[in-house]
Design a binder for this molecule. Structure first.
Ligand code: HEC
Length: 110
């Protein structure tokens, strides 16, 4: 019986040794600074650009929108609705049409 206890004790000691080693090197917390990219780019002026600037820059840059490939009116409409339904963008329903027209009229968008 004593031999069993000793064997269990030795095994437990071996199993817990790595944790003891961890405790020897205490965790050190350091402050770091991170420079996040920032952008003050707005949408090019044109009919409806105010609505887009007011509704589409709260969560991401204008570049997120302006760097998209050419999209059809239906695709821009789906995109704006995705912002509203999936990401809860607070866009007034009466602004949706103006925004979709503006995005469709962008030179890069078709
Ligand atoms: C409530 C926050 C929010 C607002 C407001 C918002 N978006 Fe987004 N948008 C997101 C998120 C989140 C993503 C996904 C970002 C990612 O995947 O890194 C995104 C991504 C996009 C993309 C990239 C393609 C995609 O589907 O992921 C486009 C284009 C876009 N938004 C257009 C718009 C337009 C146009 C408006 C204004 C009507 C707008 N967004 C307003 C949150 C928002």
């Amino acid at each position: 019986m004593l031999r069993t206890f000793i064997a269990v004790g030795v095994l437990l000691g071996a199993a817990l040794a790595p944790f003891a080693a961890c405790a020897a090197a205490p965790l050190e917390l350091k402050s770091v600074t991170v420079d996040l990219p920032d952008s003050d780019r707005t949408f090019p002026p044109g009919p409806g650009s105010d609505a887009v600037n007011n509704n589409c820059l709260a969560c991401h840059s204008a570049g997120m929108v302006l760097n998209q490939p050419a999209l059809s009116k239906a695709a821009w409409s789906a995109e704006v609705n995705k912002m509203i339904t999936a990401y809860k963008a607070p866009v007034a329903p009466e602004d949706v049409g103006t925004i979709v027209e503006y995005l469709t009229s962008l030179p890069s968008a078709k």
